[in-house]
Design a protein around this ligand. Structure first.
Ligand code: NAD
Ligand code: UDP
Length: 328
């Protein structure tokens, strides 16, 4: 629904040039809000939001969220953080700083200008879970000293900061725990499983399965995810989360590889590589809470979402993208 002059909000999206952030900016700009996108372009490029640059209700600021920022806004979606393992493990200390200092900076700003602020948290707060599927009440099994800890513990600390600013300073917060999401504008070299398999299948190179491929993930299409985030932000102040946003249809990595091969009609072979340390064995959201409190559930099936994502990968020129890190 388009905002009328009386309910136009000024909304900051940190990490707004990234995969999820750029889709969120699209939706907010189309709704008529005044959108400010802040990004340091570590894992993204201006191309993701170039089509918005001429719009009167969109602004782009190059800024690193580990440094303070002073803006006057009504709402903040805090998405700035490298999200793919190869990206967040490249400079783990910086990843932790981005989560923790980024949270402190947006929360401080939200406190000053009485803005509502949503944190893009993650299913990684559950680590390698012993409870399946994962409800929000599950406290997780994270290895605090492993290679994924910079991200997992950084996001857990950010959740702590959000809830402490809420309790101590009455900041109006929302916390969404996002499960694996895919779609157009995923970075082709982010090393994530969906982008890797599609890129490999279209190039006719081997599909790299880490381990035996029996580990599971549940893949949410980006449009569904953005709906969930916006519903949480716009929902009643009594419901702040944390709430799981993800698709509960669970697939093994091997099933995903076969589906991508089928949909791309690729002759790529499947090869197996070593499983990375602390790679979660299984992951699937319990979305009972989101369904009950936000009236939200995903609508796009994996096949349909993969078809749209594959169409986007076919349309881009892969040479326009540089790998942000050598870890892919
Ligand atoms: P992405 O890498 O495409 O986007 C992250 C954006 O943040 C990029 O544009 C990057 O340049 C920017 N950024 C990184 N560090 C920054 C810094 N210090 N200052 C300013 N900008 C910075 O990843 P994404 O998939 O769009 O993820 C967005 C958010 O959602 C992240 O916080 C991520 O942890 C969370 N999340 C994503 C998924 C998923 O499956 N995509 C799952 C769980 C959580
Ligand atoms: N994976 C894989 N091949 C790849 C990339 C990833 O088998 O080329 C596996 C990875 O080990 C993990 C799953 O796919 O078990 C999802 O990986 P991704 O990096 O996309 O996300 P996350 O582990 O953070 O859920």
């Amino acid at each position: 629904m388009k905002a009328g002059p009386a309910n136009i909000k000024r909304i900051l999206v940190t990490g707004g040039a990234g995969f999820l952030g750029s889709h969120l900016c699209d939706r907010l700009v189309a709704s008529g809000h005044d959108v400010i996108c802040v990004d340091n372009f570590f894992t993204s490029q201006k191309r993701n939001v170039a089509h918005l640059l001429g719009r009167p209700n969109f602004e782009l600021i190059r800024h690193d969220v580990t440094h303070q920022i002073y803006l006057e806004v009504d709402e903040v979606y805090n998405l700035a953080c490298p999200a793919a393992p190869g990206h967040y493990q490249y400079n783990p200390i910086k990843t932790m700083k981005t989560s923790v200092l980024g949270a402190i900076n947006v929360l401080g700003m939200a406190k000053r200008c009485r803005a509502k602020v949503l944190q893009a948290s993650t299913s990684e707060v559950y680590g390698d879970p012993e409870v399946h599927p994962q409800p929000e009440t599950y406290r997780g099994a994270v290895n605090p000293i492993g290679p994924r800890a910079c991200y997992d513990e950084g996001k857990r600390a950010a959740e702590t900061l959000f809830f402490d600013y809420h309790r101590q300073n009455r900041v109006n917060i929302r916390v969404a725990r996002i499960f694996n999401t895919y779609g157009p504008r995923m970075h082709p070299f982010d090393g994530r499983v969906v982008s890797n398999f599609i890129r490999q299948a279209l190039a006719g190179t081997d599909l790299t399965i880490f381990g035996d491929g029996s580990q599971t993930r549940s893949f949410c299409y980006v449009d569904d995810l953005i709906d969930g985030l916006m519903k949480l932000m716009d929902g009643p102040d009594e419901f702040i989360g944390p709430v799981n946003i993800g698709n509960p249809h669970e697939f093994t990595v091997l099933q995903l590889a076969e589906e991508v091969r089928r949909l791309t009609e690729s002759s790529s072979q499947i090869v197996h590589k070593p499983l990375p340390a602390d790679d979660p064995r299984q992951r699937c959201p319990d979305i009972t809470l989101a369904a009950a409190r936000l009236d939200w559930k995903p609508t796009v099936e994996l096949r349909q979402g993969l078809e749209r994502t594959i169409a986007w990968f076919r349309a881009i020129d892969i040479n326009d993208y540089r790998a942000p890190t050598p870890n892919y």
